[in-house]
Design a protein around this ligand. Structure first.
Ligand code: BDR
Ligand code: CA
Length: 313
């Protein structure tokens, strides 16, 4: 069945690459992109919405509705990731203003309205902090039974964090929201750094992309240049980790990863560990009454890289 995707994002360089990937799937008839909502995270939510409109228009999908969502997390203040994504969120490429505008509805409202109007159909794909999903759940608790599935890029279980020693960015930006979303009774697949980080694209992959003569390949190369510099000290080489696109690909084809089913908690209080995702991996451990998440622990790296490259080319 062709998935109907409602994307929640904080565009962002790897979010932008994910939009380009989704656009190619839509144009090939493999998915429907019903709507997009944006959230604080890599950049402010309104900047993320305009970046999303820019990319969707350049990718030939100008009619997809884009709604602005939460400007701040459930507790504390928003913090942005300009060092990784550039001052404009798109690697300082200064792309032209979009023709379109965000819709006159908040991103959490858009989630609820679409889920009510298309019960059982939506794949909720979240590649930013989880504030919009948490607000939607608080406003409409029956949302858990209205969506087909939820896919979240976030967390780090047995992999180091990427903001602190233990916390991954999307969860770290709003730990309270993540805890609410992970504890809700809906079918949720988590795609943490354990699965995404080993998929780092190397210089050869980047060169193959740069050699592509399509608008999408050239745009992707232009946006990625800043990210390559940001990742150099982390990878000790020329390369990038396009976290969010892996979650999108697994939403379409889950067979590209191996999974462990287990509840996941979020540390909300630790002085050094706030935003850490935890599971109890002890043999025979009592997992309590929390819903188990399907956690991607390993992806087919080669297949992921080739499929993403092919769609961008
Ligand atoms: C996640 O954090 C953001 O910087 C990326 O866009 C991705 O969603 C990776 O930890
Ligand atoms: Ca993101």
């Amino acid at each position: 069945m062709k998935p109907t995707i409602l994307l929640d994002c904080d565009t962002g360089i790897d979010d932008a690459l994910t939009l380009l990937y989704l656009a190619s799937l839509v144009k090939e008839g493999h998915a429907e992109l019903a709507a997009v909502g944006t959230v604080h995270g890599n950049v402010p939510a309104d900047i993320g919405a305009f970046n999303t409109l820019r990319i969707l228009e350049l990718a030939g999908l100008p009619a997809v509705p884009v709604a602005i969502g939460a400007a701040a997390p459930m507790a504390g203040q928003a913090r942005y990731a300009y060092g990784f994504h550039g001052a404009d969120g798109l690697g300082d490429t200064n792309l032209p203003e979009p023709y379109g505008s965000p819709v006159d509805m908040s991103a959490p409202d858009q989630i609820i309205r679409l889920a009510r109007s298309r019960p059982g159909e939506l794949t909720l794909l979240a590649i930013g902090p989880l504030t919009n999903l948490a607000i939607a759940l608080l406003l409409e608790p029956s949302l858990t039974g209205l969506v087909r599935q939820v896919i979240v890029m976030g967390g780090a279980l047995e992999h180091p964090g990427n903001v602190t020693s233990h916390a991954e960015a999307n969860v770290w930006h709003d730990p309270e929201a993540a805890e609410l979303v992970f504890n809700a009774p809906w079918p949720l697949t988590l795609v943490p750094l354990d699965a995404t980080h080993p998929t780092a694209m190397d210089g050869t992959w980047l060169d193959r992309l740069a050699a592509g003569d399509t608008t999408t390949a050239q745009l992707a190369t232009r946006i990625l240049a800043f990210y390559v510099n940001a990742y150099r000290p982390l990878l000790d080489a020329r390369g990038v980790v396009i976290h969010d696109a892996l979650a999108a690909m697994l939403a379409i084809d889950p067979s590209l990863a191996e999974y462990i089913e287990r509840p996941v908690r979020v540390e909300l209080h630790g002085e050094h560990t706030r935003g850490t995702t935890l599971w109890d991996g002890r043999r025979g451990a009592d997992q309590g009454h929390r819903p188990p998440l399907k956690v991607a622990v390993r992806a087919d790296v080669r297949e992921y890289q080739e499929r993403l490259l092919t769609s961008l080319l």
